[in-house]
Design a protein around this ligand. Structure first.
Ligand code: GTQ
Length: 348
């Protein structure tokens, strides 16, 4: 049946509609095509890119305008205009923010229901303490702060530190499950950062769904990830995508429950087509001269530290124009969520 074949709101008598409204009732048929569009979804998520060169001075300005005590988290949110900027959504489930911490500053301890990760973009000397584990932040490192874990950010270095926050906040907020609890400064366990690797053989126990052992690795150093990608790229059987998934070694599953995280290497001159799948996806350039990203009629030339997002149900083309230098991308998507809900599709 065509859209025009269904009855419209205007076709109904006003008195009838008023009576429905009074009883908290709504007729389905005028809205049926809206909630169940034909053939494929109509995502609000618009292909969008954010240039680091543009964000950086504005973020540093925020450092002058707003002291950390007045911000708690000094973040400029990368908002998708398709959702409306005030919604602070990159996609239906993904939130992106660029966070600044200045030398000596402290972003106090809290925990919240949304899961978060941080991809470090610039600067040395900052750290995130997660449940007493001090995770040092270096460029390209991925740091996890999964749901319910205490976390705070500190900075012992000399220059501004900036990182990209990726949260499943829009989804958790939509589910009316978003809240936070403030805490005092955490006591740091002896040693620095990497002890969680030693928990790799521990399986999460059902008694402690938020126990530390559920997330044995909290910091994924870029040096290790880059090494793994370069090793993969030397495998002649891997002609296409040189890509790794950040996983939780205790169960081999995705590092977090709702969003998936990946690193991708594009060889010099390589063009890669990512198939049309149901989840929305975020791209962030960790290293390299740049990459051209195409989605439908949208074409973005991403330089180092730039970020972009694309909706689901369309293919993405990535081109590394450099003949000599590889490009390394960080990616985040909604795959774990789609798989768990049984909504995951790959249209090729
Ligand atoms: O660093 O804990 O971008 O709680 C948004 C909410 C960062 C954080 C964000 C947060 C944080």
């Amino acid at each position: 049946m065509l859209d025009a074949d269904l009855g419209r709101l205007e076709d109904l008598p006003k008195e009838y509609l008023d009576e429905l409204t009074q009883q908290n009732l709504v007729p389905l048929w005028p809205s049926l095509r809206g909630v169940l569009p034909p053939t494929k979804p109509k995502p609000l998520t618009r292909p969008t890119s954010w240039s680091y060169e543009s964000i950086r001075p504005l973020l540093l300005k925020a450092g002058e305008l707003t002291p950390i005590e007045k911000a708690e988290r000094r973040v400029l949110v990368l908002a998708n205009p398709g959702h409306g900027l005030q919604k602070m959504q990159a996609s239906s489930a993904i939130y992106l923010g660029m966070q600044l911490l200045l030398p000596g500053e402290w972003a106090p301890s809290h925990r919240h229901t949304p899961n978060a990760v941080r991809m470090i973009v610039e600067g040395e000397g900052a750290y995130t303490t997660v449940e007493g584990e001090k995770c040092l932040m270096s460029r390209g490192d991925l740091i996890l702060t999964p749901t319910g874990l205490w976390h705070e950010h500190g900075h012992d270095g000399h220059d501004p530190v900036i990182w990209l926050d990726v949260l499943d906040l829009p989804l958790v907020y939509y589910m009316e499950a978003s809240y936070h609890v403030n805490g005092g400064r955490q006591e740091v366990h002896p040693g620095e950062g990497d002890q969680r690797h030693s928990g790799a053989c521990v399986l999460p126990t059902p008694f402690f769904t938020r126990s530390q052992s559920a997330y044995p690795v909290l910091r994924y150093p870029w040096v290790d990830v880059k090494k793994a990608l370069i090793k993969l790229s030397e495998d002649p059987s891997l002609v296409e995508s040189v890509m790794i998934t950040y996983i939780n070694p205790s169960n081999g599953q995705d590092a977090e429950n709702i969003l998936g995280f990946y690193a991708l290497m594009l060889r010099p001159g390589q063009t890669l087509r990512l198939p049309a799948r149901s989840p929305a996806c975020v791209f962030h350039v960790i290293e390299g001269e740049g990459v051209q990203l195409s989605f439908d009629e949208h074409v973005f030339d991403l330089k180092c530290a730039d970020t972009a997002c694309v909706p689901g149900y369309g293919a993405t083309l990535l081109k590394n124009h450099s003949a000599t230098t590889p490009v390394f991308l960080f990616m985040a998507d909604e795959s774990p969520l789609h798989r768990k809900l049984g909504l995951y599709e790959n249209w090729g």
